[in-house]
Design a protein around this ligand. Structure first.
Ligand SMILES: Cc1cc2nc3c(=O)[nH]c(=O)nc-3n(C[C@H](O)[C@H](O)[C@H](O)COP(=O)(O)OP(=O)(O)OC[C@H]3O[C@@H](n4cnc5c(N)ncnc54)[C@H](O)[C@@H]3O)c2cc1C
Length: 472
């Protein structure tokens, strides 16, 4: 076995690992990157990218079916599911070079295509090498959690790793799990022509504000998706093409295919973390707020760290690790400014606290301002008037924003900036938005915060009357 040494050893070439590798190598560190499977990790190969590409196909089919309102005859789309999946593969192929081994070798990173395994607190073995590193980053991501439902192992089921290999459209897709992944895939498949049933043990989209989640669920149901809530799957039976899921309360759901989307589990099995003295929790590697593990040489980032599991979080973590491991500077993670979005139509997005969380934390000091999409002219022009933004404000500063509606994932960007920089509502109301844009919703909700102070205020009225009397 050959010995190698480096400043920084990164395990996993997904969103987090690649961001650390790119930044650290370009800043002069000697970096080794290990990847046991595909460069690009989950986001590129099995997650964000394929799901958003399939959603784009589904949106197109849906728009054709509902064109008449715009003066264009409705058309029944001829959906070729295999071609839609080929489009997904093509989108992945277009993005792939950015995450490729060649590109990273161009940065001077040594890429070894194997799974890494700790043999001591600072040594990892992979690909026939024994690698000793000054600092090590665990960026091994997560895998679909497959719950121990009796019968599940005896039927063919899909996960986010195998869904993209499907070439025949499912006649009736059963989805266990009503979180963002389940809901995005439910709507995409319904719009591409499948029957879809979502089986959710608690509340669908249960991590989001219930009022806003309801807006999305109403739309999904209106499109013909059956969403069974409080339906904890307790048995699965059948065979390929005829699968049954029985819920705890006796309800039975029948379909041709089954997608399991109940959550994620951190990829830690292959790491031999005991040898490194790295402790874990149920969610993933145990880290402090600077992403250091119980071994001071080792960091964990992204999905492996078990917190918010998003690509942009893995990227954010990468910046923290670079600051700490390369420059020895203090760097701490925060979560108050981390947004997330679910890419159904309408979209659902969140940054900071939900209304319920803000009420619990801030009590009477909280003001919640709301603005409906139906008052936005661009939304009216595009007939996308279903939606709502809520901003939770404490002492003139937003502490959380929830949006359900057209382009909610785009609108949340501004609020992430506002919260990250501790800006006040006045910063948003002072902004001039081009008319007519959906983005005006952000300015209008800030206006709604100030209007009672301006328009329902007797002092303001008195001052205006007084000034008017004095003006020439
Ligand atoms: C269907 C789906 C849709 C999603 N959509 C979105 C979205 O729209 N927006 C968003 O922000 N997030 C989305 N996510 C989440 C996002 O994909 C993850 O949060 C992100 O990929 C995490 O990045 P990571 O670097 O932590 O892990 P990953 O990207 O999973 O990368 C980890 C890599 O480590 C490798 N590895 C594992 N063990 C080892 C080892 N021992 N040695 C070497 N290599 C190893 C793996 O093979 C993998 O390539 C989605 C996820 C799914 C499943």
């Amino acid at each position: 076995m050959e010995n190698l040494t480096c400043d920084l050893l990164i395990l996993g070439a997904g969103s987090g690992g690649l961001s650390v590798a790119a930044g650290a190598s370009q800043m002069g560190a000697d970096v080794i990157l290990l990847e046991g499977h595909k460069m690009g990790g989950d986001c590129l190969n099995y997650g964000c990218v394929p799901s958003k590409a399939l959603i784009a196909s589904a949106k197109t089919a849906h728009a054709m079916r509902h064109a008449e309102v715009y003066g264009v005859a409705d058309a029944a789309p001829q959906v070729d599911y295999a071609a839609a999946q080929a489009h997904v593969a093509d989108v992945i192929a277009q993005i792939e070079p950015v995450d490729s081994q060649e590109r990273f070798e161009g940065f001077g990173v040594r890429v070894i295509r194997d799974y890494g395994r700790f043999t001591s607190d600072r040594v990892v073995e992979a690909g026939g090498y024994r690698i000793t590193a000054r600092r090590i980053v665990i960026a091994t991501g997560s895998s679909p959690l497959v719950p121990p439902i009796p019968g599940l192992d005896a039927v063919p089921y899909l996960t986010n790793e195998t869904l993209w290999d499907l070439r025949e459209r499912p006649d009736h897709l059963l989805i266990i799990g009503g979180g963002p992944i389940g809901m995005e895939m439910a709507q995409a498949h319904r719009r591409l022509g499948s029957q879809v049933t979502v089986i959710e043990g608690a509340k669908a989209l249960g991590k989001d504000d219930p009022e806003l989640a309801q807006i999305v669920l109403d739309q999904l149901r209106a499109e013909g998706i059956e969403i069974a809530e409080e339906a904890l799957a307790q048995e699965v039976r059948g065979a390929a093409g005829a699968i049954e899921v029985e819920a705890k309360d006796g309800r039975v759901f029948k379909g041709s295919h089954l997608l399991v989307a109940v959550g994620r589990k951190a990829n830690l099995d292959k790491l031999n973390l005991d040898a490194a003295g790295v402790e874990t929790t149920k969610a993933g590697v145990k880290v402090d707020d600077s992403l250091k593990t119980s071994n001071r040489r080792v960091y964990a980032i992204g999905d492996a760290a078990g917190g918010l599991q998003f690509t942009h979080v893995a990227g954010y973590h990468a910046g923290i690790v670079i600051r700490s491991a390369l420059f020895g500077l203090p760097a701490k993670t925060k979560t108050a400014h981390i947004p997330w979005a679910t890419y159904t139509q309408p979209e659902l997005s969140q940054v900071g606290l939900t209304e319920a969380q803000a009420r619990e934390e801030h009590g009477d000091r909280l003001t919640v301002v709301r603005f409906e999409y139906s008052h936005n002219d661009r939304a009216i022009a595009e007939r996308k008037t279903t939606g709502l933004i809520k901003v939770m404000v404490v002492r003139d500063r937003p502490v959380g924003v929830s949006i359900a509606g057209h382009q909610a994932g785009e609108l949340i960007n501004l609020w992430s900036l506002v919260i990250a920089n501790g800006l006040k509502m006045s910063a948003v109301s002072n902004m001039v938005s081009p008319y007519p844009t959906i983005g005006e919703i952000n300015k209008r909700v800030a206006g709604a915060y100030f209007s009672p102070k301006l328009f329902e205020n007797d002092t303001v009225k008195k001052v205006v009357r007084l000034v008017q009397r004095w003006l020439p």
